[in-house]
Design a protein. Sequence first.
Length: 538
Amino acid sequence: MHDPTDTSSRELANQLSTQFGSPFDAWQAAPEGWACGDDPRGTASAELAAWFDSLAASGAKEPSTTRLADGLWVACPVGGGRVVAGVVALTPEQMAGRLAAAAVEHGESKQQVVELRELSDDYANKLADSFEELAFFRRLASHVEFCDATRRLEEVAEGVLPSMRRVAGLEGIALVLADEHAPGQVGAITLHNGDTAADDDAWAEAVRAVFARQSGVAVINLNAQHATHDIDFELPGVRNFVLTPISKDGHRYGWLLGVNKIAAAVAGHSSDALGHDEIGSTEASLLEAATVLLATHAANVRLVSEKEDLVVDAIHTLVGVIEAKDAYTCGHSDRVALFAQRIAQELGLPAAKCHEIYLTGLLHDVGKVGVSDDVLLKPGQLTDEELDQIKRHPECGWRLLQRLKPFRNFLDGVLYHHESLDGSGYPEGLAGDDIPLPARVIAVADAWDAMTSDRPYRAGMPWEKAEGILRNGAGRQWDPKVVQAFFSAADDVHNITRTWQDHLRQLLNPDADEPQTRPAPIDASELLTHAVAVDLGL
């Protein structure tokens, strides 16, 4: 088996031979005496062996010298019963020169070791940074699943900013939103993580000034000797910052702002070395990677919003066709939609579901287009055949909408809003929980408006009487939980009944400060003009 001690002994012997200009050998202790490693037959003299024995017995680790009959010996113990030794035939002057040369070489070697250690530490730090960056990008990729269109840009950014600040080595980071009403202009500065030094007003001015001159990534080092920027705004406490735009398809949604690179000592240099605390391309690239994700999410949300606006416009168009047939029921579907949304909120349903129920309420009577005008507008009692035609309107509405993919979430409410909890309703006679919840909610909202609204052939029912009918029908015709939610929200329902047009304007234009004078948008009217009254025994 290879003995590493033997190899190190030979290497040391060669080095000493070169250094002193005379042969050095590796000696090994053996039962018959000390044998020369290069000549197994050679053995140490009694005088030399006695010296080697004394070195081994003392456990000496440092080089030793002794003068024997054949000259000045130098011995270096290497462990394992081995000694590297040889006779030095140098004058004192030569010895001094060799010693000085060895000291210089040793000093250079130590310096090289220090530099290599610093270089190794630098590579280790860079490797750690690379792993940290890789982990950040993996976390960034994982946020793709988080980026559904129901989440605002701020929600997605909130999960990204803390780790990005740490990886980029910044003291502070923030999300700067664009002004929704003035595209490209600075809006709110939010989601501060860490210390952004200057206040929001100062940053708003800085962002406006920087992007008035350039639209891409901006890296500003205010204290850099080589800086060429022309800064004309005050940013107390800010040494440097980076701005990366959140933009896609020509639309700007905001910016990411990174502030003050955290100072870190550079290997082999003092902590105040030039560039140790400046923001550079690495930090800018990290922020850019995050802005790609945020911009894509913001663009997707915008597309979904535009699609939803298109769907709502289509709904208004469809309902407008209904109102063109029966102007006396103008506003019924608007009110039913508002009532249903408020009841859904009282039931604790998610905001997205409440909005879906609102849109379903707008469409619940769209099947009215399939009802003959003679039947729909008849002022007198309906015949059984006419009533059957009225009762077909949920299926007619379902057939009209089921081929339109954006409207498929509304189909249950349209088809089943005249089902009764006891199974006596139509079109399928569903009972209990088999009736979809949106249909159960709309059924209560529809009945309330049918009972309390004025008609050409009768005045609206007093609220107290209509509420009594709802209470009596809970558990038989209507879901008692939905009826309870109706009464829990009764004050709001009454308010909507009185001022539904103002509620609708506020819903469609939440930023309006004053009530608008334009008429409310055209929406679906009551399809079942007489059937509701018949169902309720009015």
